[in-house]
Design a protein around this ligand. Sequence first.
Ligand code: UD1
Ligand code: CA
Length: 463
Amino acid sequence: MAAPLHIVVLAAGQGSRMKSALPKVLHSLAGQPLLHHVLDAGRSLRPDGLHVVIGHGAEQVREKTPGSDIQWVIQKEQLGTGHAVAQALPGIPETARVLVLYGDVPLTSADTLSRLAGVISRESLGLLTVNLLDPAGYGRIIRDRHGAVTGIVEQKDATPDQLVITEVNTGLLGAPAERLKEWLPALSSNNAQGEYYLTDIIALARSEGLGVEVSQPDDPEEVQGVNNRVQLSGLERWFQRRQAEALMMGGASLADPARVDVRGRVETGQDVEIDVNVVMEGEVVIGDRVHIGPNVVLRNCRISADARIEANSVIEGARVDHGAAIGPFARLRPDALIGPEARVGNFVEIKKSSIGRGSKVNHLSYVGDTTMGTGVNVGAGTITCNYDGTSKHHTTVRDGAFIGSNTSLVAPVTLGERSLVGAGSTITRDVGDRELAVARGRQRNIADWVPAEDGLDSEEGDS
Ligand code: UD1
Ligand code: CA
């Protein structure tokens, strides 16, 4: 049986170059804090322990990071990466393999991590390196004549000869716990930054005859760290490009792969069309042949086959059944269920309501807390008055009802099957099946209200 795997995530640094009150690891990438990405990748290895070292903004980081599997470790003073890992060691068994990740390196793939974890043993360390055209700022990998890694030198401690080395330390490495327990307390801070460098364990390992197994990521972008907002936006674009490619490979056409953002998990069927500036958040499921127009926001929703979502619509926590048409400029709020072939048009808001098959709410309406049957026609400007200032009340509209324009439905109220409501009504009592309800001031026409203008009427028609 392989030795247990414990992951240590370093997240105690301040991230001062972000110029932010928010701890760096809580800044978002694709709608999620950096640290969540790291933890997700770490969890894919099914570790036996997950330790997160926090310091700057510790309380905030803890509060914003769910996970009963996390062991929080406080590093009171940030004395260096070696010191940080040392703080986690008391919670890690001697027999474990330890994999160190950084809270500000968010996009390392599960494959890359698994390769790195795979080489850690009692006899060898695992080190993830990458070759960069511009290695500035990183620790350089020192190799001997035979190509074996002998150490890491930080930029600030490097000689001019070492500075030209382009193979750099990603920061991610793995080592047996029993050795870390010997080495880390023995580190010295006698270097340019006065810190306890984790990287010094490489030279220690070599001097004690352990091997250093180097692996590299599939893509150098994967190990890119975030130190400032420019790097954060660069990583975001790289990540979004990959998401867009995954959508296209899965059978969706994107009008412009650079203008779609995925902040969560999206599942698409075949022949889906997605226009520009579409933002998808949370869990989004899109069926075959769905058309999504420009400037649409989809958040935690399910859109079934052949539905059309037209421009500038916002859909959150809702379900749209097959063949339905939404928008342009529609807003579906949580628990809106739009039935098959139904139509929700412009400037319509629907919340916590079901709209039956083929029903139409085409213009300028608010429908809340409503159960609507099939084949209902809702006129422009219909409002369900669902809130009396204290509680919410329900409206029921049965199959085939026809509601005239500019109607207020004061809930609780029920409109019967194939009932009719005259335009401009304020409905406060139930309407029975096939009844007509008209509830508005009766029209009076008063003759000669406007005095005749002298002579004008008589001259009419004269040349
Ligand atoms: C580190 C590596 C360097 C590597 C680079 C890759 C060391 C000595 N150097 O340098 O070889 O090329 O990462 O990005 O390890 N942290 C703590 N507590 C501390 C210090 C740091 O938790 O006391 C955390 C930070 O929050 C950050 C990570 O460790 O997530 C890396 O620290 P940072 O100071 O950014 O290291 P670098 O100087 O970039
Ligand atoms: Ca760094």
